[in-house]
Write a protein that binds this ligand. Structure first.
Ligand code: C2E
Ligand code: MG
Ligand code: MG
Ligand code: MG
Length: 286
């Protein structure tokens, strides 16, 4: 074994691994401080009700500019937080910050929705249901306005624990969304098993919808299934008016994407709390 690992291939591989883990180590060791000091910023992307032409909600998305490494993609620091055992701290931070930032919207019944992403470890470790209850109480956020976004794959690890934890979350009045719908490995059965409230159709189905009749069929099928199951749908990654109009015709009225607005700091959305951010959405009110 030892002899074989002395060959050059392994040396090259080791070095690559070393560089990658050096970066990961740097990210992991800076994380606790970044969370404590509030260096991780929460940006908000609007979700548009294209039928009424208003903002129906926001999704909270974390942003971290590391002093030396620059902007770190969220999936990378989420993974680092998971590996280093800091994820529940990060999730609680994001929940608390975003519930506070949502306060100006509480008086606006047209903007019912704050979406917060949680990660797989939040479901299986870290006592999320109780922490969540504390955060709702501390921030005055009504549970009915909060939706936690989980991906299909997160539910696979230990089905019974996932059902139990999501039931505890739901019993507080907080709703559950399936994020990146259609990209995971689960079966449709979990939609009822987990009593999901909303599905977010993944950007990959939206990207080529104007030209791909295959993707049109898939989205149409998901949309009609969601209607039958009385689930809400949000389509992610809407970038053009052509995509938006097509999706509307398929019954996908709640849309999120660069067409309507990129994720931005809370202060910038507070100004427009009662208005759709893009002319497009306002024009499409009947
Ligand atoms: P997600 O939850 O599916 O979030 C949507 C992602 O798509 C975001 O990327 C958003 O900026 C991007 N996006 C939105 N509209 C468009 C569009 O029209 N075109 C394109 N090309 N992209 C669009 P982001 O912010 O980089 O986040 C990536 C993923 O990282 C998220 O995917 C989510 O899974 C995870 N994430 C982000 N923030 C958090 C967090 O605070 N906690 C956890 N657990 N995960 C997070
Ligand atoms: Mg999400
Ligand atoms: Mg998504
Ligand atoms: Mg995603």
């Amino acid at each position: 074994e030892a002899k074989r690992s002395g060959n050059t291939h392994v040396v090259t591989f080791d070095r690559c691994l070393f560089e990658r883990s050096a970066r990961q180590f740097q990210i992991e060791s800076a994380l606790p401080d970044a969370i404590a000091k509030g260096d991780i910023e929460i940006y908000y992307q609007p979700i548009i009700d294209t039928q009424r032409g208003c903002i129906a909600g926001f999704e909270a998305l974390s942003r971290w500019k590391h002093p030396e490494l620059g902007m770190i993609p969220p999936p990378e620091f989420i993974l680092a937080a998971t590996d280093s055992g800091h994820i529940s701290k990060l999730t609680q931070y994001v929940l608390r910050q975003s519930c506070e930032a949502f306060r100006p919207h509480l008086a606006n019944p047209e903007c019912p929705y704050l979406g917060v992403n949680i990660s797989v470890s939040d479901i299986y470790t870290g006592d999320l249901p109780n922490r969540l209850a504390e955060i709702l109480k501390e921030t005055g956020m009504p549970a009915s306005r909060l939706i936690l976004e989980v991906t299909e794959d997160m539910l696979l690890h230990d089905e019974n624990s996932a059902i139990e934890v999501l039931a505890q979350i739901r019993s507080q009045g907080v709703r559950i969304a399936i994020d990146d719908f259609g990209t995971g490995y689960s079966s449709m059965g979990y939609l009822s098993k987990y009593q999901v409230h909303l599905i977010k159709i993944d950007r990959s189905f939206v990207q080529n919808i104007a030209t791909s009749s295959q993707d049109q069929k898939i989205v149409r099928a998901i949309s009609s299934m969601a209607r039958d199951l009385e689930l809400s749908i949000i389509t992610e990654g809407v970038e053009t008016t052509e995509q938006s109009d097509l999706l509307r015709k398929m019954g996908c009225l709640l849309q999120q994407g660069y067409l309507f607005g990129k994720p931005q700091p809370a202060a910038q959305w507070a100004v427009n709390a009662n208005r759709a951010p893009a002319g497009r959405a306002t024009q499409s009110v009947h």
